[in-house]
Design a protein around this ligand. Sequence first.
Ligand code: SF4
Length: 358
Amino acid sequence: MASLVVQTSFIGDTVLTTPLIAELARRGPVDVLTTPITGPLLANNPGIRRVILYDKRGADRGPVGLWRAARSTRELFDEGKKHPVSYDAAYLAQGSIRSAIAARLVGAKEYVGFSTSAGRALYTRVVPYREEKHHAERLWSLSSWNTRDAHAPGQLRPALYPGEKEREAVNAVLSQQPTANSQQLLIVLAPGSAWATKRWPYFAGLARILESGFRLAIIGSEAEQDLARTIRNEAAVEILDATGRLSLLASAELIGRAAAVVTNDSGPLHLASAMNTPTVAVFGPTVPAFGFGPLSSSSAVAGMDSLACRPCHRHGPRRCPLGHWRCMRDLSAEHVAELVESVAAEPLANTQQPTANS
Ligand code: SF4
């Protein structure tokens, strides 16, 4: 049974689609249509026959680009089949009308997506979108339309597969921190987020608390280099700045070597889940109940559960509508450091006692 998975959303959504891909791979070959940003994240995945890139905001923009991308996907499918018919099923892990049209243009016997998706009129099979479930399980449930199989324990944890290229890239970055004690456990800090109100403001204070017991590194995109510089200057302790220097999959490799990662509700949280790295996830205006909490076997969530205004937005507003931003400002560096201690792969030995909030 040949499957096409269409996933053109954010980094986290793509990572959380990997349990669905693994399930479908048990039944036959799986091709994945995704974006040039997230496609490289799926490299080396043993469940994927082919990653097909659809540059929906660039070269393939507009109806002509959509048609071109669909046609080339169809040609790739034909290459692998002597007497091509179509995919047995296309799974719309991203629910837009554009994705549904893309799947229709490629061709499949069944089109499977969520009951709440914008493109649902173009589906032949509709699966309930279970608000109360983790998003990895929601996506996995797309595979259940023609089976009664339940998922096995652990099957919902996403997985990424960094290769030799990523290992070499991480080795090169780590070798540029010669003064750090290589015996110290590594803590990875991921302070970025596309949404300003989801960026916890005390990473510098946390770095000062953790610095004596750990080797520290900051990850993020090139666009987050200014944020990393600000944190390093404010912390005034040794922190390896890996922002803009590692691909997403190499960032996953670095996270995989860490004793713990501290992250906002953003992409690195899901990279950590995929590498099963102990995770402290800081949630401000959003909550794990939206379905995007950590899935590592050791994890903790920092969040102001007592705040009545929380959650206030599905993704995080541009500014706090109440002006005080207490969902983040009241989450101290000391509290997060304690959570790091509780989840880290090995216990803290020499960590300073907390002295300041930031
Ligand atoms: S309204 Fe509440 S939850 Fe929303 S950003 Fe402000 S403090 Fe955070």
